[in-house]
Ligand binder design. Sequence first.
Ligand code: 3VV
Length: 176
Amino acid sequence: MEPPSPHPDAPAPGQPLDAHYSHCFGCGDEVESGLRIRSTVGEHHVVVSTFTVTKDHQGAPGLAHGGLLTCAFDEALGTAAGNLLRVPVVTAKLETDFRRPVPVGSTLYITTKLCGRAGRKVYTSAEGRLDAADGPLAVEARALFVTVGVEHFLEHGDPEQLKELGERHSDWDVNP
Ligand SMILES: CCCCCCCC/C=C\CCCCCCCC(=O)SCCNC(=O)CCNC(=O)[C@H](O)C(C)(C)COP(=O)(O)OP(=O)(O)OC[C@H]1O[C@@H](n2cnc3c(N)ncnc32)[C@H](O)[C@@H]1OP(=O)(O)O
């Protein structure tokens, strides 16, 4: 496994990251009950993402649904891998440890780091802490992402939406 060096043009520490797609359930603004995760590059090649739990995200009364928390980590981990390496990635495997309940109204601070890279495989891990980047540990996750080319989305997704996305992110090499 190679060390996970960020791309030379990776966004600098302090830089907020745009939603990668406005209809994304994880980060898009156009999904009413979406997770609306916001991410910023941190020091030492990490990405810090925040997810505020609302009543639309419940499993038990007053508590976040575990599957939605896993979704939040999918978004946070994928955003970190995609932006730090500047390459499109998709999730191949995702594992979550739930350490502590996450109440409605709390904000989860998810800090993601890249753990290693082997060919197209990118290994990542993250910790989610309650209400502050150094708050109580609530959720941990690890994921394997696989880098893909634009043909992945052309073949399996919606080419028209992809074209629009490419026009909005002219710095991304995703134009068909
Ligand atoms: C200049 C450009 C700048 C761009 C900047 C971009 C910024 C972007 C910002 C943000 C990013 C996005 C954030 C999104 C967050 C949410 C992500 C999601 O929810 S993604 C949707 C859910 N995931 C899927 O739908 C995948 C479905 N699966 C597949 O399509 C395939 O299985 C795929 C692509 C994962 C692999 O298929 P194959 O045919 O291409 O390749 P094979 O050879 O099978 O796998 C490659 C390697 O990975 C291993 N692998 C694959 N799956 C594995 C698994 N489940 N477990 C372990 N290893 C696995 C294989 O063993 C192989 O390893 P070996 O190279 O032989 O060592």
